[in-house]
Design a protein around this ligand. Structure first.
Ligand code: PMP
Length: 444
């Protein structure tokens, strides 16, 4: 059994100064389950109890090459020598912007920010300014950061099809109710639902904000036809199509999900993989729209285009563009899926994968869910029971099946063999525990 004695002890100290003992609510896994990290290297990390994990969370995606990649870290060290931030620009901003434009044709003009939240916040502001319309459409199950315009979700866990559209609720307290009318939710892959919303409300809707491979919702994936329909509807109703590539960007293809699924956004946002873990993000888009920045729209920030993060991004992009790193990552994901599938099939467990091999959702249902409402029909209880067993054995996956597994270049054959071996053990333990539970229930 893994010991979390030091993490537990640290938690009791941390909670006295930090709400939930951490700096992001999602890092709190329970008073006796919250892990504190000592260090990460490649595809592995070690906690303060010296437990070793093969990591498939990768900070929700940033470590595309692996933790502490020496090529990127050397570049970041050179960035330190530049001096930080100056409340003035540096030449490297142009160079990195040009690299992004070359890799992503929709990114004609580029602005840097620090986090995904900031980039998406800017994207919506630019879209509102360009169209003169304040509302936006988001997919059910979509997540786009921690700001009030998008902190709304559709409740599907207790939802039944006969109830009509699922209820829209704020993500917790402190989200002003007055933001709610700006928000319109539609199910994925249903272009008619988009048209209905636009027919009724197009005078008020300036943006469709979409993550075509839903990195916060199981990796659910838009079909190419749906994206083509959405593109046409946005053009018809003067709506800016914002493709949020915070997770998919520089991961699922060199040109991101736009290249993979053949859609061109008006505005797109990038963060995570862009800097291999250094805090940097991008809002980019069509020149005509992006020129609103500085011509009516305010954008900036004290730490934007910080010399360390910018140098790291420059190197990361160079590696992703000039080497076969992404092909390596994809192949690892495919091999992993094949291995997991073999283990599950042997035991007669129905399963499916969605998303991209570099960020995949694993489901316990024969048919993969097609939208968030459909996720309820998967056996997510099995996933919820399996994930803690994997943690015990040193395989770090997200406890919630809605968050995909992430691959990086540093995942190698050794990781694969070890993962499959431990996955097999974890599945058997989960089945055994479930059978015992069932047996107990029957004997009551
Ligand atoms: N958009 C998407 C698609 C994301 O996945 C996230 C973060 N998970 C964000 C925006 C917000 O990014 P950040 O956490 O860097 O603010």
């Amino acid at each position: 059994m893994r010991s979390l004695a030091k993490s537990n002890q640290h938690f009791r100290k941390a909670i006295t100064k930090l709400p939930l003992g951490v700096s992001s609510n999602f890092r709190y896994w329970g008073d006796d389950k919250t892990i504190y990290v000592k260090r990460g290297k490649g595809a592995r990390l070690w906690d303060i109890d010296d437990n070793e994990y093969i990591d498939y969370r990768l900070a929700y995606g940033p470590a595309i090459l692996g933790y502490a990649d020496s090529r990127v870290d050397d570049a970041a060290r050179a960035g330190i020598e530049v001096g930080g931030v100056f409340a003035l620009g540096t030449e490297l901003e142009y160079e990195v912007a040009a690299k992004i434009s070359a890799m992503v044709p929709a990114a004609e003009l580029v602005r840097f920010s620090n986090s995904g939240t900031e980039a998406v916040m800017a994207a919506l502001r630019i879209a509102r300014a360009f169209t003169g319309k304040d509302g936006h459409i988001i997919l059910e199950g979509g997540y786009h950061g921690l700001f009030t315009e998008v902190l709304w979700y559709t409740e599907v866990e207790d939802w039944k099809p006969q109830d009509g559209a699922p209820e829209v609720l704020p993500y917790g307290e402190g989200v002003p109710e007055l933001m709610k009318p700006l928000f319109h939710a539609v199910p994925l892959n249903d272009a008619n639902a988009v048209e209905d919303v636009l027919k009724k409300n197009h005078q008020d809707i300036g943006a469709f904000l979409i993550e075509p491979i839903m990195g916060n919702c199981c990796g659910l994936t838009a079909t190419a036809e749906y994206l083509a329909d959405v593109r046409a509807l946005c053009d018809k109703y003067n709506v800016v199509l914002i493709v949020d590539e915070v997770k998919t960007g520089f991961r699922v293809a060199k040109g991101g999900v736009q290249e993979l699924l053949g859609v061109k956004s008006d505005i797109c946002t990038f963060a995570k993989a862009l800097g291999n873990g250094y805090p940097i993000s991008v809002v980019a888009g069509r020149e005509e729209i992006m020129r609103k920045v500085g011509d009516g729209v305010v954008h900036g920030g004290t730490f934007t285009a910080h010399s360390v993060a910018l140098a790291a991004a420059n190197k990361t992009l160079q590696i992703l563009d000039e080497t076969d790193a992404l092909a390596t990552i994809q192949k690892y994901g495919e091999d992993l899926q094949a291995g997991l599938s073999g283990i599950l099939t042997q035991r007669g467990i129905e399963h499916s994968f969605v998303g991209h091999p570099s960020m995949m959702g694993l489901f316990f249902s024969e048919k993969a869910p097609v939208d968030y409402r459909d996720w309820v029909n998967t056996n997510y209880e099995f996933y919820d029971s399996l994930a803690p067993e994997l943690h015990e054995l040193g395989i770090l996956v997200e406890p919630d099946s809605r968050e995909p597994w992430f691959m990086c270049e540093a995942h190698d054959v050794k990781c694969l063999a070890e993962t499959l071996d431990k996955f097999e053990t974890a599945v058997d333990i989960t089945i055994r525990k479930q059978n015992i539970k069932k047996g107990c229930a029957q004997s009551v």
